[in-house]
Design a protein around this ligand. Structure first.
Ligand code: XIL
Length: 393
């Protein structure tokens, strides 16, 4: 500061002020990269970065993506997400098609990809009544398998699959969709042939196969008060039996009318109150009309007839509908951020709109826009809406 002292030899306060100003500026220049890294600057350009202090953000990937047939999608996956789920390749019919035959090819490739890219891998799914081959439920004569036979098959399936990926698949959706909409236990071959304790048994087998894995119950429409109560009861019963259950997966196949945000938040609070984590495991938000509210949810056996009136946006999404979706997505993320202490991860069911199963369910042949990235892997306006919430907690 000598030159200032020379100019204003008798005015030391000016010199002091200038010196303070210069040190602030210098500090600002030196610290600028840290400030940017902390997100004070522009909004983050990836979902994983946006919510790095809140929860993991992921996507479900298909067999063809895992097998390298869509490298652009996998590049996007690396850029955007820090957790993955197999959309289909770990389901029983894919990974264990015949009693004495496992098909590890795609699942192994997914595990290798996750390891190479330092991503958290969520196992989907061990015990479900869908996408499981018929032989599982039958004995050698084609009659319903006995409780003992079915339990021993379940045990060996879980031991084999969970055991193979011990320490590499960090969590497992042990039981999927065991509840009816009114919260009662769903009538499935698992329930019919084993009894209600099939759920506890599945968790026991999974825990023994990988004591370090997080284990949870997964279902759709868990925002509905009756189904929420059913899931809460299930968790409490398992806890009373000292069974290890660490979380509840709310699938999250949503739309423009469902759920009501207060119901969604009430379920998160109710599950958190049980002392378990909450995972949003299969997030998407359809913009298309849904014919019959009784079918609303994600029952994959629903297969309705295609009708032009149910496919209104085949040539593009009107901006006002996109805006409605963006507002709802933002509200969902605001709620999830408010409960970030109990939410472990949020996984989208697909990478981009073109990949989404919602183009084919509840009827095939529609054009839906349920995710944050468009058919060309570009972020949609809703993407910016969502990442713009980063830091808003
Ligand atoms: C869906 C897949 O996305 C489709 O590719 C497949 O044909 C059927 O299953 N609930 C679940 C998921 O738990 O496994 C389902 O995934 C969607 C509903």
């Amino acid at each position: 500061m000598t030159f200032l002292n020379d100019l204003y030899p008798e005015n030391s306060s000016v010199t002091q002020l200038f010196s303070i100003f210069m040190s602030i500026m210098l500090g600002f220049v030196l610290n600028a990269p840290d400030v940017r890294a902390a997100g004070v600057d522009a909004a983050p350009d990836s979902l994983k970065q946006a919510f790095v202090d809140d929860f993991l953000v992921g996507a479900a990937v298909s067999r063809s993506q895992i097998m390298g047939e869509d490298p652009a999608a996998m590049d996007l996956v690396k850029q955007q997400f820090n957790t993955l789920t197999a959309e289909n390749v770990m389901k029983w019919e894919k990974i264990h098609p015949l009693e004495d035959q496992y098909d590890w090819e795609a699942a192994d490739a997914l595990v290798a990809f996750s390891q190479a890219n330092d991503m958290y891998l969520a196992g989907h799914v061990l015990v479900w009544h869908q996408q499981v081959p018929d032989w599982v439920f039958k004995d050698a004569d084609g009659n319903p398998a006995s409780r003992e036979l079915l339990l021993s098959r379940m045990k060996s399936h879980i031991e084999t699959v969970v055991g193979r990926y011990q320490g590499k698949v960090q969590s497992w959706e042990v039981v999927n969709e065991a509840l009816n909409e009114d919260g009662s236990l769903r009538q499935t071959p698992w329930l019919d042939q084993i009894g209600a304790d099939y759920i506890a048994k599945a968790f026991e087998f999974a825990h023994r196969a990988d004591p370090g894995a997080k284990l949870y119950y997964n279902d759709f429409n868990l925002y509905k008060p009756e189904k929420r109560a059913g899931a809460a009861l299930l968790v409490r019963q398992l806890q009373e039996m000292a069974i290890d259950i660490h979380g509840i997966g709310m699938q999250g196949h949503y739309g423009l009318d469902n759920p009501q945000m207060s119901d969604f938040e009430d379920s998160i609070k109710a599950f958190a109150g049980l002392g378990v984590e909450v995972y949003i495991t299969e997030l998407d938000m359809s913009v298309l009309p849904f014919p019959d509210q009784a079918d609303w949810g994600a029952d994959i056996t629903v297969n309705l007839e295609l009708n032009k009136q149910y496919n209104p946006y085949a040539d593009g999404l009107p901006p006002e509908v996109a805006k409605q979706q963006a507002d709802r997505y933002a509200e969902l993320f605001r709620i999830m951020l408010a409960h970030r202490d109990v939410i472990g991860r949020v996984t989208f069911w697909g990478v981009n709109d073109g990949h989404s199963w919602k183009n084919g369910w509840p009827m095939s042949g529609r054009t839906d826009y349920p995710l944050l990235l468009d058919r060309d892997n570009r972020p949609k306006p809703v993407f910016y809406e969502v990442v713009g919430l980063a830091g808003n907690r």
